[in-house]
Design a protein around this ligand. Structure first.
Ligand code: GLU
Length: 447
């Protein structure tokens, strides 16, 4: 049986680091097993689902390189859900209930005040045909609950180990709304069964759903998949990420924070696992290192600063071909490998390359506060062509002529040539600046 997993976001908002981590873990699991990865849009909540969010999800996954082998959309499958619901009704596993939300709230409040768990009391199961006819004649429409077996539900979770629930400790879930619309708890099972999903890897917020859904799999005659529930990411203080979702959306990390896809993937693949977080340049490397057994039960903390540090480490390693498109999009279409290799050690974000492009290719106001020394240095500038050895040869000659060394030698040259105190190695920058600009800057001219 070949491994099949799915990532099943609801297109009701932007993907954030928490969701996309689950997409990545599913994708790595599939690739490692030689299996397939399904992208499924859980869009039965028609009020909140939006096409632009669906497009955003596809854009974000594509940007990360998480290509999908299969695609499904729940809103295409209503006919199938109706069919399954009809079969469950016929088998007596779905029963009509008529309580209003207010009535249900009262029941819950009363149970809680008695210190009892707020489990639905199955009052609707005690209605007879006449009761139902009377309620319907009052204009009430039923919603439908799944009748759970009051038996133990057990599974061996790939992250949590053996898990045990008592069916009697769970509320019969509502699977069909009053307007006839099927709810996630049902649709997800029907899809997982029909699409032969072998492993459901999702957040631990779904553990109780799993107990219920295992019984639904059994009721619809589907093979029960293997489950893995990952602890959810928190912020550095251990708080849920939900409050900061806007700033932690994949779109804002990409567009506002300048995060590289492999920085995000390198972090999210390892966060909460026994592996160290190291920069990786390809998803293949992450696939090779991936084991679901390395995922720990401890709460993983997401730290945006750690992501930015990893972004810098990735940029320091990325070859020019991997950033050429991004540089062009920044208006640096003429940037080449020599430029990239000169500046990348100083970048935490690709966009910062613009500053160094300006230093090497646009007029710079030099800081020339030691004109006599700079004039001596200018006189020693070798003729072009210049290469990576030019800086060493030139500063060697300046040192011999002036007797300066260390900071006294290098800092005035840097300040004159770049207008700044810090930056990429001058050995790399000098050939990019070129002789004509260098001479003028050493003479204190903006060039
Ligand atoms: N649409 C559900 C969610 O985003 C899917 C959960 C699942 O993986 O089953 O929470």
């Amino acid at each position: 049986m070949s491994v099949a997993v799915r990532f099943a976001p609801s297109p009701t908002g932007l993907l954030h680091v928490g969701n996309v981590r689950l997409a990545l873990v599913n994708w790595l699991f599939a690739r490692k097993a030689g299996g397939n990865f399904l992208l499924r849009l859980d869009d039965t909540d028609e009020e909140r689902s939006k096409p632009e969010y669906a497009e955003g999800i596809e854009r974000d996954l594509t940007w990360l390189g998480l290509t999908w082998d299969r695609f499904a959309r729940e809103s295409d499958r209503y006919g199938r859900y109706d069919e399954v619901a009809a079969a469950l009704k016929a088998a007596g596993r779905l029963y009509p209930c008529y309580e209003t939300p207010e009535e249900l709230n009262l029941k819950r409040a009363s149970l809680v005040s008695q210190g009892r768990p707020p489990i639905y009391d199955r009052a609707a199961l005690r209605l007879n045909d006449a009761d139902r006819a009377r309620l319907e004649s009052e204009g009430r429409k039923p919603h439908w609950r799944f009748r759970l077996e009051h038996a133990p539900v057990e599974w061996t979770d790939l992250v949590r180990g053996p898990v045990h629930f008592e069916g009697s400790a769970l509320s019969d879930p509502v699977l069909i709304r009053e307007d006839g619309r099927p709810l996630y708890t049902l649709t997800s099972v029907v899809d997982d069964a029909d699409l032969a999903i072998t492993h459901v890897i999702r957040g631990e917020d779904h553990v109780a759903n799993t107990a219920v859904q295992i019984q639904i799999f059994q009721a619809v005659g589907g093979a029960v998949p293997v489950f893995a529930h990952l602890p959810l990411l928190t912020d550095a203080a251990g708080q849920g990420l939900s409050k900061r979702l806007g700033s932690l959306s994949v779109a804002s990390l990409r567009e506002e924070e300048g995060i590289e896809p492999m920085a995000l993937a390198s972090l999210l693949a390892k966060l909460g696992t026994s592996d160290a977080i190291e920069p990786r340049l390809t998803l293949d490397e992450l696939v090779a290192e991936f084991e679901i057994a390395k995922v720990s039960r401890a709460t993983p903390k997401f730290d945006p600063e750690e992501l930015l540090r990893l972004n810098a480490r990735i940029l320091h390693l990325l070859p020019f071909e991997r950033v050429a498109g991004e540089l062009a999009a920044l208006g640096l279409a003429e940037a080449d490998a020599a430029f990239w290799e000169a500046v990348r050690p100083n970048l935490s974000r690709v966009a910062e390359a613009r500053d160094w492009w300006a230093v090497t290719h646009a007029p710079v106001a030099p800081v020339a506060d030691d004109p006599a020394f700079l004039a001596e240095a200018a006189a020693l500038l070798p003729e072009e062509p210049w290469d990576l050895s030019t800086w060493g040869a030139w500063t060697g000659a300046v040192k011999a002529k002036t007797g300066r060394k260390g900071k006294d030698l290098f800092l005035p040259l840097r300040r004159a040539l770049t207008g700044r105190d810090h930056g990429p190695e001058l050995k790399n920058l000098l050939p990019l600046i070129g002789r004509s600009r260098a001479r003028k800057r050493l003479a204190g001219e903006t060039a």
